[in-house]
Ligand binder design. Structure first.
Ligand SMILES: Cc1cc2nc3c(=O)[nH]c(=O)nc-3n(C[C@H](O)[C@H](O)[C@H](O)COP(=O)(O)O)c2cc1C
Length: 211
């Protein structure tokens, strides 16, 4: 799948088919995770695959009762082995530990999408419960749980009912924070206007941007 297509089509999936996932596919997805950038190339991410049904139920329970997670045949728990980051970066390392793992998580979500799988980044959990359940040592951080499964619905179709993202035009500044004045004619909103009416009233759009 084309990268931009995967980025735009990926959605959090919370209903899954009762269908196994081949471990070869999971390993490819995790390998994609490991290609993420990391500060000083420390690659502090660690991946824990959970297939056992009872354990998955307990994980969902530890994720403050997000029982929809039970439907996913595999849970990936993303952990951080952070000794190298901490000794290299001291206090600043706290940020990098999370950022490195977040980059790996996003790669995993995109690779899953590429493989026709659904996933969700789950960050709400009781850390102590997960630690005990999965034997995760105190010096290892727990960054996220990712349920993986074949999606039971088409999220894009559901999405059409709502606009799911803020407009990039309003999130982007030129040269200085809060400055939206420069060449915004390249942005999607203007292109949409152009489709509707060839004589685009840039003055009108400029006013919109100033709001
Ligand atoms: C750090 C983080 C934590 C999240 N935790 C949860 C969670 O615990 N449960 C859940 O259902 N979704 C969780 N999400 C998913 C978001 O709700 C979702 O990404 C957001 O609503 C945008 O929807 P989309 O992923 O379909 O584009 C989390 C996402 C992130 C980045």
């Amino acid at each position: 799948m084309d990268t931009i297509k995967a980025i735009k089509e990926r959605r959090s999936i919370r209903r899954y088919l009762d269908k196994e996932i081949k471990l070869e596919i999971v390993s490819e997805i995790l390998e994609a995770g490991s290609y993420a950038p990391s500060s000083g190339n420390v690659q502090n991410w660690r991946f824990l695959i959970v297939k056992d049904k009872k354990k998955r139920e307990e994980i969902a329970d530890a994720c403050l009762g997000q029982t929809w997670m039970n439907q996913a045949p595999i849970h990936i728990v993303v952990c951080g082995d952070n000794k190298a980051v901490s000794s290299m970066y001291k206090k600043k390392g706290e940020k990098y530990i999370i950022q490195n793992c977040a980059a790996a998580i996003q790669n995993i979500l995109l690779a899953a999408c590429d493989k026709g799988l659904g996933s969700c980044w789950v960050g709400v959990f009781n850390e102590d419960k997960l630690r005990t359940l999965l034997g995760i040592p105190e010096n290892i951080s727990i960054e996220a749980v990712i349920p993986l499964g074949y999606p039971a619905y088409k999220p894009i179709a559901e999405d059409k009912k709502h606009r799911r993202r803020h407009r990039i035009e309003f999130l982007t500044f030129f040269e200085k924070y809060n400055e939206r004045e420069l060449d915004f004619s390249v942005w999607p909103l203007v292109k949409q206007y152009k489709k509707l009416d060839e004589k685009v009233n840039l003055g009108k759009i400029r006013k919109l941007f100033k709001k």
